[in-house]
Design a protein around this ligand. Structure first.
Ligand SMILES: *[C@@H]1O[C@H](CO)[C@@H](O)[C@H](O)[C@H]1NC(C)=O
Ligand SMILES: *[C@@H]1O[C@H](CO)[C@@H](O)[C@H](O)[C@H]1NC(C)=O
Ligand SMILES: [Cu+2]
Length: 331
C-alpha cells in the first residue's frame, strides 16, 4: 500500500516546486543547538510550555477535526513509516522533521535554541536524567496505578500514564494499534521503561550500542550506508526501546522526548559529517524504502522529503544534508 502511495506523492510534490538555487551563503548565522541540560530553567520551561501549546493549535492536515498540531507529527510519521525507516531516507527525513517541529515550537512561543538529549550521559538509568525530571523536564516513567481509562479493551498493552511533570495531563490523539491500524480519540502520554523491570537487559542494550566503545564504533563507520544503518539499528532503536510506551509504535512522536532523541541522532550524524565534509555532505545512496520492501528504487539527493501537509514547500535531501544550508543550524 504505502509503496504505491508515496512515490506518487513525491512526484506530485516535486513537479509543483519552483527551482531554487541553494548555496552555503544562504546560511549566514547558523543557530546552535544545545543539550537540554545547558538550556537553563527559563528556556526549559518555555520549551515545555510550547509543547503543551501545540495541543491548542489547529491541525495543519485537516484530517481529524479533533486533532491538533501536536498530533500532526505522530500522524505524519505513522503514514510515512516505510519510507522513513529502514532505508536511506531515515536520517535526512528525521533531520527535516525535527527542524519542522522546532519551527512549530517557535510559533508556540519558544524562543530558545534547538535542543537535544545526550543520553550518553544517562546510561546508568534514563529515569535519573534531568530530561525525565518532574521539574523542568518531561516527567518520569509511566505509573502502574494510573492507567488509561479510554484504552481499547482489545489493546493488551498497559497504558501506564506519565503522572508527574508538566505533561502529565496531555492527551495525544492518535495511537497505533498495529502497523496497519491507528486509533483516534485521545489517551494519556504513556511510558514503560524496561530499565525498571529488566535492568540487566537494559544494561546489555546500552553496552551494545551507546556505552563506549560501542558508540565510537558506530561513529567510525567509513561510508554512508554502513553508518546510517548502524546508527538507526543501534543507538536510535535502543533509546526508542528503552523509553517504551509511546516510543514503540509508529506514532512515537506522541512522546515529546522523541524530538530530543532524534536531535541527538542528528547531532551524531552531524559530527560524522563534519569529519569529512568533502565526502559526507553529498554521500547518499541505498534503497528508498524499508529494506523489507520489494523492488525499492535507489535514492537520489533530489528526492523530495514528504511532510504530508506539515509544510508549504517540501525540501529535497540535497537541501537538508548540509545543516549549513536551508535549515541553517549547527551543534
Ligand atoms: C540557478 O543557478 C544556475 C547556474 O548558476 C542558473 O543558470 C539559474 O538561472 C539559477 N536559477 C535560479 C532560479 O536562480
Ligand atoms: C561501505 O563499507 C562497508 C564496510 O566497510 C562495505 O562492505 C561496503 O561495500 C561499503 N559500501 C559502499 C557503497 O562503498
Ligand atoms: Cu521515526
Amino acid at each position: 500500500m504505502k509503496s504505491t502511495i508515496i512515490p506518487v506523492l513525491l512526484a506530485g510534490a516535486a513537479s509543483a516546486l519552483p527551482t531554487v538555487n541553494i548555496t552555503a551563503s544562504t546560511c549566514v548565522a547558523p543557530s546552535k543547538r544545545i543539550e537540554w541540560r545547558q538550556l537553563g530553567a527559563a528556556n526549559q520551561q518555555s520549551y515545555l510550555n510550547a509543547v503543551k501549546c501545540l495541543k491548542t493549535k489547529p491541525s495543519r492536515l485537516g484530517i481529524e477535526p479533533a486533532s491538533t498540531l501536536y498530533d500532526d507529527f505522530p500522524y505524519v510519521h505513522f503514514q510515512l513509516n516505510n519510507y522513513i525507516h529502514g532505508g536511506a531516507p531515515f536520517l535526512p527525513w528525521h533531520r527535516y522533521f525535527t527542524h519542522v517541529y522546532f519551527d512549530a515550537l517557535a510559533e508556540c512561543g519558544y524562543v530558545g535554541p534547538g535542543t537535544y538529549w545526550d543520553w550518553t550521559l544517562d546510561t546508568d538509568g534514563l529515569r535519573f536524567s534531568p530530561v525525565m525530571a518532574a521539574e523542568n523536564g518531561f516527567g518520569g516513567d509511566g505509573s502502574d496505578t494510573r492507567t488509561e481509562p479510554n484504552a481499547d479493551p482489545k489493546d493488551k498493552r498497559p497504558f501506564r500514564c506519565v503522572s508527574d511533570g508538566p505533561l502529565a495531563n496531555i492527551r495525544p490523539y492518535y495511537v497505533a494499534i498495529t502497523p496497519k491500524e491507528m486509533k483516534a480519540g485521545g489517551h494519556c502520554l504513556f511510558r514503560k521503561l524496561p530499565e525498571v523491570s529488566e535492568p540487566e537487559a537494559f544494561k546489555k542494550m546500552m553496552e551494545g550500542s551507546i556505552i563506549e566503545p560501542a558508540l565510537s564504533n558506530v561513529q567510525a563507520s567509513g561510508n554512508w550506508s554502513t553508518y546510517a544503518w548502524a546508527l538507526e539499528g543501534g543507538p536510535h532503536g535502543v533509546i526508542h526501546a528503552s523509553l517504551g510506551g509511546e516510543m514503540n509504535p509508529t506514532t512515537s512522536p506522541n512522546e515529546p522526548l522523541f524530538f530530543l532523541h532524534h536531535a541527538q541522532i542528528d547531532h551524531l550524524w552531524w559530527l560524522w559529517q563534519q569529519e569529512d565534509t568533502s565526502k559526507r555532505l553529498t554521500e547518499y545512496n541505498g534503497p528508498a524504502f524499508h529494506f523489507n520492501e520489494e523492488g525499492s528504487r535507489e535514492v537520489s539527493l533530489d528526492d523530495v522529503l514528504p511532510m504530508y501537509g506539515l509544510v508549504e514547500r517540501e525540501l529535497t535531501v540535497r537541501e537538508v544534508i548540509d545543516t549549513y544550508g536551508e535549515l541553517c543550524y549547527s551543534y
